[in-house]
Structures are given as C-alpha cells and as structure tokens.
Design a protein around this ligand. Structure first.
Ligand SMILES: [Zn+2]
Length: 114
C-alpha cells in the first residue's frame, strides 16, 4: 500500500522528531528519505542506504530504497528489487532534512556550539 506522507503531522513545533519509540522509528525513515531526496533535481533519482522493509513471498526483500524527485516536488521512495512504491512525501521543504546531509563541522569549533 502506497503511503501519502506529510511529515509535519508528526513533528513538534520546532520540527523535531517525536519521542515515542515506534513513531520515532517511522518518522526517522521518512526523514532519511527527505535527506536523500530533498536536494535532488526534478526528475532525478538516487539509491539510499535505507533497507526495503517488504517481505515478498514471506522473504525479506534484499533491496535498498531509491528516492525520486517528482515534477510536483514530492519525493517518492521505492524499491527497484521488489518494484514497490513505499511512500510519497509532500510538504517536506521546511523540514530539518530538506537540504540533505548537514555540513561538516570542524571538531575544534564544536565547543562553541554548546
Ligand atoms: Zn524491495
């Protein structure tokens, strides 16, 4: 079943992840797809290190998920191996993960952040 996801439903006012462990795991999966897919140009795609969680014929799918940026700016997460679309993410643009991986921080500058 294809999920239509608006991550803002699960984030607090500051955009942080929920604390409840099960929900947190689910939203983290969405956040990873945003981090990989947000920076993509429209119509392009990339592989992620997020594992497919489908079990076709009761065997775990060995695939890694891919993300694709759609013409309407939504992000589709899908598996090339079992050929399943897992979710379509919209309204992700204002989330903490929209710009992709965080920029590197020099270790010597880290104490200044505390
Ligand atoms: Zn799969």
């Amino acid at each position: 079943m294809l999920l239509i996801v608006d991550p803002n439903h699960w984030l607090d006012a500051d955009g942080n992840l929920p604390e409840e462990p099960r929900l947190r795991r689910r939203v983290l999966r969405v956040a990873r797809f945003i981090e990989y897919g947000g920076p993509l140009p429209e119509g392009s795609l990339r592989e992620t290190l997020v594992e497919c969680n489908r079990r076709p014929h009761r065997k775990a799918c060995p695939g890694l998920m891919w993300v694709r940026k759609e013409p309407d700016d939504s992000i589709v997460a899908f598996c090339m191996i079992c050929k399943q679309d897992e979710m379509v993410i919209h309204s992700w643009q204002e989330t903490l993960w929209a710009e992709g991986m965080m920029e590197p921080i020099l270790e010597r500058e880290l104490p200044a952040l505390h």
